[in-house]
Write a protein that binds this ligand. Structure first.
Ligand SMILES: [Zn+2]
Length: 375
């Protein structure tokens, strides 16, 4: 999963976020517009104007992608699917759903909404472009309008590629799902077709590069790699969601983890515990209840010579909402928390008392076992 996400704005109750890689892409888009696209079409303008057009074009592209994603999110919300975040990636975004759509029809409607929005935007900008041309608007403005008409058409086409989890891939999956009534099979098939597409696109990229179209080739390779990892990840995430559906933390926690007392020094902790129980995290107890957790990383942060002075209680992380979940939390929600905080171990609480721990490792082992049994 991607970690470096920045929240840009809040709109209609959705957080619009960008993946930090998007910033690099933004510069790449502006640069290729200013140095390639616009100068090739309008030879009479000066350097500064090309850059202004490029920035305006990139902003328009950015707004178009947000409108595309919102159209998905609105349909999703209409059918009761929770969407909190809209994250913008390279060629579009992802409206992050907590659950899978309940039936193929909802999936189809949700998926088709985005390309339809892009198509309408394309028609709108192309019309403005034609009108602007006829009424004699300044050339830079006409140029940007024309670009936005084209790019929205490309976005509509790109998103309709049958490469899960793009919109086209979701539409494909909704058909397969509708035919066989089995979402897992449909996802697996859609993912396989997507992987084939992704590899073909990467191949086209290499062919282009060999034919000395380096920049064009790089774009193909970038798109192909993005599709490849996305298709892989979405099948796995469905498997995980399904495996833990309806199950709570209670079923998977370790109710009697090795704990360390609050007052123990770090040196004693290393000597007595680490050599016997090689865990990465120990709950810390005070008067028989768990009050926090200490990790190997916390111990390592204290230099050797300081370890006789510091106690486990002094360097531990006190129990808080980020490092603990209640015992009745759905496993999928616990996984969301692990993903959001980067912690692979959480304390489990019952009536605000810590009663155990849950680890990502145990959950993954369960998945691995389950997949082995089913195959
Ligand atoms: Zn879309």
């Amino acid at each position: 999963m991607l970690k470096n996400k920045i929240t840009l704005l809040k709109l209609f109750g959705f957080n619009v976020r960008i993946d930090s890689s998007w910033i690099i892409i933004l510069f790449l888009v502006i640069w290729s517009l200013a140095e390639g696209f616009f100068p090739a079409r309008f030879t009479e303008l000066d350097e500064q104007t090309y850059w202004m057009m490029a920035i305006a074009g990139a902003m328009g592209l950015f707004a178009s992608i947000i409108i595309h994603e919102f159209s998905h999110a609105f349909i999703a919300r209409k059918y009761g699917l929770k969407i909190q975040n809209i994250t913008l990636f390279v060629f579009g975004g992802v409206a992050e759903m907590k659950d899978e759509p309940q039936n193929p029809k909802v999936e189809f409607l949700m998926a088709i909404a985005g390309p339809i929005a892009s198509l309408l935007l394309s028609v709108l900008f192309s019309t403005l472009h034609t009108v602007g041309d006829a009424t004699g608007l300044p050339i830079p403005i006409i140029g940007v309008l024309g670009y936005l008409g084209t790019i929205n058409m490309l976005l509509a086409i790109f998103n309709m590629l049958p490469a899960f989890p793009t919109d086209g891939g979701r539409i494909l999956r909704s058909f397969l799902w509708w035919k066989k009534k089995d979402i897992r099979w449909a996802t697996q098939m859609a993912s396989r077709i997507s992987l084939f597409f992704a590899v073909s696109i990467i191949f086209i990229g290499f062919v282009n590069m060999i034919a000395s179209n380096v920049i064009g080739g790089l774009w193909w390779i970038l798109i192909g790699s993005f599709l490849f990892s996305a298709a892989n990840a979405s099948y796995h995430s469905l498997l995980i969601k399904q495996s833990f559906s309806g199950k709570s933390v209670r079923h998977f926690m370790n109710p009697s983890p090795v704990t360390v007392p609050y007052g123990i020094t770090l040196k004693e902790l290393v000597d007595t515990y680490l050599s016997h129980y090689p865990h990465k995290m120990y709950p810390v107890t005070k008067e028989d209840s768990i009050v926090g957790m200490i990790t190997i990383a916390d111990i390592k942060a204290v230099p050797q010579e300081g370890r006789t002075q510091y106690t486990a209680g002094g360097v531990m992380h006190p129990k808080n909402t980020n490092n603990s979940v209640s015992i009745d939390t759905a496993v999928n929600d616990a996984l969301v928390k692990m993903n959001a905080t980067g912690a692979s171990r959480l304390l489990v609480t019952e009536n605000s008392k810590a009663v155990g721990i849950i680890t990502l490792k145990d959950l993954l082992e369960f998945i691995a076992l389950k997949m082995e049994l089913e195959d």
